[in-house]
Design a protein around this ligand. Structure first.
Ligand SMILES: *[C@@H]1O[C@H](CO)[C@@H](O)[C@H](O)[C@H]1NC(C)=O
Ligand SMILES: *[C@@H]1O[C@H](CO)[C@@H](O)[C@H](O)[C@H]1NC(C)=O
Ligand SMILES: *[C@@H]1O[C@H](CO)[C@@H](O)[C@H](O)[C@H]1NC(C)=O
Ligand SMILES: *[C@@H]1O[C@H](CO)[C@@H](O)[C@H](O)[C@H]1NC(C)=O
Ligand SMILES: *[C@@H]1O[C@H](CO)[C@@H](O)[C@H](O)[C@H]1NC(C)=O
Ligand SMILES: *[C@@H]1O[C@H](CO)[C@@H](O)[C@H](O)[C@H]1NC(C)=O
Length: 402
């Protein structure tokens, strides 16, 4: 009897021991792999080693980057992984300042992973201050700069309580992803940080951005071709260039943009509000089922804008109309102040027209010396509901500035 009980106790402790080992080994702390939070020792090898073990682990695992400030060279964290992986960043991770270290326009890239979580309250600091302000339109310099966070072909993912700061180029690029949520995500960069879009999405489905704040030098959120079923809720934007769909129509074979819901957002001191932009003389394309609702504009330029003659730096032939078809677009309950007299501008393609555009409860004030806010429309007959301030389509468009 005694002997049996002993065996049982031994077995039980062995089981507990094994369980504990198991539970512990699902956490991969980068400092155990040689990472040092001393600001100037690159820890990419440590992170890669921790990642590889976590990714090969057969149940849920966690890579932990403890508090402190780290230096990280460009890195690719690649799947597929055997089970869900969480990367828990508590520290601040800094990018190299020297551009020579970047062989591609990427700093931290996640690729081909199912069930990824990025969390922990940490910061990715792109240290872009020195490269902004370079001439972006004349050459490809800007697009060769590294993007802070790239998510390529990621499914069922969550990014929460993470900050992207001072990226050299876009802060976040989402490509080929499906079922992906950003919540309590933060972007910080100054107004003069050229080409630092907050979150750019392309060829992705089921992307949600909620309870987030984006302050940057370009579009807070921009949706490229193939963005489908995107929900932006409880987001603040500013400074920045607003929330943009496009630009579209520049390239052959662009996929449609469809199902975009922007709800309960606040834009402050942004260059634009909510806009859809397509190039004239363009390739074919389509934008449909976009809804902007409950949006507060504080001192925002072009608060409501459809611009199918988008042509920065006069790179195109304005005589030829855009061939991107826009339909089923609603702007509902949008109020506040505009910093440009034209508060509502709907400039659609003269060859296609916009269909099913709705303006409902618009209340935008302008207090410049030219007079009150106005609204301009061409090649569109929006249906109107509720309050219309300014009076909808009150003046016709003769010429448009890019
Ligand atoms: C979407 O992703 C989340 C993880 O962020 C996951 O919990 C959920 O099950 C996924 N939904 C589907 C339909 O797979
Ligand atoms: C995004 O939000 C919508 C509306 O709240 C919801 O139906 C959808 O499931 C959400 N998708 C994800 C990926 O969380
Ligand atoms: C968003 O914030 C509100 C208010 O703080 C909270 O009620 C809600 O649960 C949050 N949602 C998420 C997904 O964090
Ligand atoms: C937005 O915030 C409200 C209130 O703060 C909250 O109830 C709601 O859940 C939030 N929506 C999302 C999608 O997080
Ligand atoms: C809308 O967003 C604001 C923050 O911008 C939040 O305070 C408010 O609770 C949200 N309301 C709803 C109904 O989601
Ligand atoms: C109106 O203009 C004045 C001076 O330009 C500015 O100080 C004030 O904040 C503006 N008011 C609103 C409601 O935008």
């Amino acid at each position: 009897m005694m002997r049996l009980r002993l065996t049982f106790v031994v077995l039980l402790s062995l089981l507990l021991f094994k369980f504990t080992i198991h539970a512990q080994s699902s956490i991969f702390d980068v400092t155990k792999y040689g990472a040092k939070a001393n600001q100037n020792t690159d820890f990419s090898q440590a992170l890669l080693s921790a990642w590889k073990e976590a990714c090969a682990f057969t149940s849920s695992s966690k890579v932990v980057i403890p508090p402190g400030t780290y230096l990280l060279n460009p890195i690719l964290l690649e799947g597929p992984c055997k089970a869900p992986v969480e990367i828990h960043v508590q520290g601040t991770i800094k990018a190299p300042i020297d551009l020579g270290i970047f062989k591609e326009p990427s700093w931290v890239t996640f690729s081909n992973i199912d069930h990824l979580t990025l969390s922990g309250g940490g910061v990715f600091d792109g240290q872009g201050t020195n490269v902004w302000g370079k001439n972006c339109n004349k050459n490809s310099f800007c697009s060769s700069l590294p993007i802070n966070l790239r998510f390529n072909f990621i499914t069922n993912a969550m990014v929460q309580d993470i900050t992207s700061k001072d990226s050299k180029q876009f802060q976040v690029n989402v490509l080929g992803c499906n079922n992906f949520t950003f919540q309590r995500f933060k972007v910080i960069a100054p107004e003069n940080s050229l080409n630092t879009d907050g979150i750019h999405i392309g060829r992705s489905t089921g992307i949600n951005i909620t309870n987030s704040s984006i302050a940057t030098g370009d579009d807070c959120i921009s949706l490229g071709d193939g963005s489908r079923n995107v929900h932006v809720t409880n987001v603040t934007c500013g400074p920045g260039h607003g929330i943009s769909i496009g630009s579209l129509g520049k390239y052959e074979n662009e996929e449609p943009v469809e199902g975009v819901f922007v709800k309960n957002c606040t834009l402050t001191n942004t260059q634009n509000g909510v806009r859809i932009k397509t190039w004239p003389a363009s390739k074919q394309g389509s934008v449909t089922d976009l809804h902007f609702e409950d949006i507060f504009m504080q001192n925002v330029g072009n608060p409501i804008l459809i611009d199918q003659e988008y042509c920065p730096w006069n790179q195109c032939n304005l005589q030829l109309p855009s061939r991107v078809k826009i339909s089923k677009v609603s702007f509902k309950n949008i109020w506040g102040t505009t910093s440009t007299q034209v508060a509502v501008k709907l400039v659609c393609s003269k060859s296609l027209q916009c269909d099913n555009v709705e303006l409902s409860d618009i209340d935008l004030k302008y207090n410049g010396s030219e007079g009150p806010a106005i609204s301009q429309c061409s090649n569109v007959r929006p249906s109107l509901l509720g309050k219309q301030k300014p009076k909808a389509c009150g003046s016709s468009v003769t010429s448009i500035n890019a």
